[in-house]
Design a protein around this ligand. Structure first.
Ligand SMILES: Nc1ncnc2c1ncn2[C@@H]1O[C@H](COP(=O)(O)OP(=O)(O)OP(=O)(O)O)[C@@H](O)[C@H]1O
Ligand SMILES: [Mg+2]
Length: 405
């Protein structure tokens, strides 16, 4: 695992050159590939290339051809030495948190109107009030309104300016909001604002990860499109909001499931970030499980794992590690007296454990409060307008626990 955001440009360039020699030019350009490099991948690539280019294997070739191969072999050895010096000795999957960059918190949940943006705005305002350098990013590209909840009605710059190259860095779109945090707002009034393609999404993800801050809060759209899920997966901490309504918690479960499937397919499928770990048969199994759950032989991840144990034991550790580390947090919002929070939480935890072996962490709940509607109308975050309200107290309690962990 190599943390690109902590590298100097010259070091990254060295790693890219080395990756081009040991892998390919495409791999060298691919940040997620570089970030996921581990020792065994590097060793395997070195062995393969060394076999192909070792001068002893080509003694019958023309002298100039032997010279070329010798030169290439020296470069391959150098590439191996460079890459080895950047990865730890242990062969593991990427660590969830990186101490040197901002902690990214994503707020998702596949239903609209459940309070994701209100919560994101207040979370950012609270963290900023604690003296933490905080950036709130509106990633609800098709329904951007986070700026309003932070008191900003007009944005000089927004995220589209970065995506459409009107500014050169994402930091150029930062606006200091009235209530503390910096903001990268959105503008959904532009045609196609929410339909960004894969490469622009990667560019955005990379740029957000490099923002210099203590905390970055991502407010997500209310669906399970690839973009929303990929933004959720880039976070160190993923919070899933739900209300007590069945429509909302069923969507919350769907969100968890789709995010988990996406994580699996990004690690093992055609878009694999560990490309040289690709295994077509395993891909087919995962594809069956994640793309056609109704007709699949595997209804639960445990059933799939049994087959992986039997037929692809080399991948079992990585799979188990991914499952263990995929641990989103649940927050129940808009709680009324009719709502049995513990029952909703238990249902979601039970089904996540049974079907996906996922440990869903319960963060807490927030009451339905009329003041929140007033605060949304007045464009002032709750923690500023109603500092002693139940919302503000629940929020502080919850954030304090988040920061401790
Ligand atoms: N705890 C709460 N009590 C009362 N009203 C709330 C609460 N949380 C959110 N709301 C209300 O819900 C409305 C929608 O909130 P918000 O815009 O944050 O939802 P969202 O999940 O971001 O929706 P979308 O997916 O459409 O962006 C707001 O107008 C707000 O007044
Ligand atoms: Mg919203």
């Amino acid at each position: 695992m190599i943390s690109i955001s902590t590298l100097q440009a010259s070091e990254l360039q060295k790693i890219r050159v080395a990756s081009a020699y040991l892998f390919s030019l495409d791999h060298a350009r691919d940040d997620s590939f570089i970030e996921n490099l581990n020792l065994s991948t590097i060793k395997r690539a070195f062995r393969t290339k060394a076999k192909r280019y070792h001068p002893d294997r080509h003694q019958d070739a023309e002298p100039f051809e032997i010279e070329k191969r010798k030169e290439r072999f020296v470069r391959i050895e150098e590439a191996y030495r460079v890459l080895r010096s950047y990865v730890p000795e242990t062969d593991s999957i990427p660590s969830v948190t990186n101490e040197k960059r901002a902690r990214i918190i994503a707020v998702g949940g596949a239903k609209g109107g459940i309070g994701k943006s209100i919560f994101s705005a207040n979370l950012a305002a609270y963290l900023s009030g604690l003296g933490k350098k905080t950036v709130a990013v509106d990633l609800d590209l098709g329904g951007a309104n986070l700026h309003l909840y932070l008191g900003e009605t007009f944005l000089k710059w927004n995220i589209n300016d970065f995506l459409n190259k009107r500014v050169s860095t994402i930091e150029d779109t930062l606006v200091t909001s009235k209530y503390g945090p910096s903001l990268i707002g959105g503008d959904s009034s532009q045609l196609g604002a929410s339909n960004i393609g894969f490469s622009r999404k990667l560019k955005l993800v990379r740029a957000i990860k490099e923002i210099n801050a203590d905390y970055i809060i991502l407010d997500l759209g209310g669906d399970t499109s690839y973009n929303v899920i990929d933004f959720f997966l880039m976070a160190d901490l993923g919070i899933i909001l739900t209300t007590c309504d069945p429509a909302s918690y069923i969507e919350a479960y769907n969100f968890i499931k789709v995010a988990f499937f996406r994580k699996l397919s990004r690690l093992f499928g055609p878009e694999s970030e560990l490309r040289n770990k690709r295994d077509i048969q395993l891909e087919r199994l995962l594809e069956e499980f994640t793309h056609s759950p109704i007709s699949s032989r595997f209804k639960m991840i445990d059933e799939l794992m049994e087959e992986v144990w039997e037929k692809h034991p080399q991948h079992i550790n990585l799979l188990q590690e991914i499952i263990k580390r995929f641990s989103p947090s649940l927050l129940v919002n808009r709680v009324t007296s009719q709502c049995n929070v513990s029952q909703v939480v238990k249902r979601l935890q039970d089904v996540s454990r049974k079907m996906l072996s996922i440990n869903l962490r319960y963060l807490g709940s927030i009451q339905q409060q009329v003041e929140i509607e007033a605060s949304a109308r007045n464009l002032v975050p709750m923690i500023t307008s109603y500092p002693d309200s139940m919302f503000t107290r629940s929020m502080k309690d919850l954030v304090d626990r988040l920061i401790m962990n």
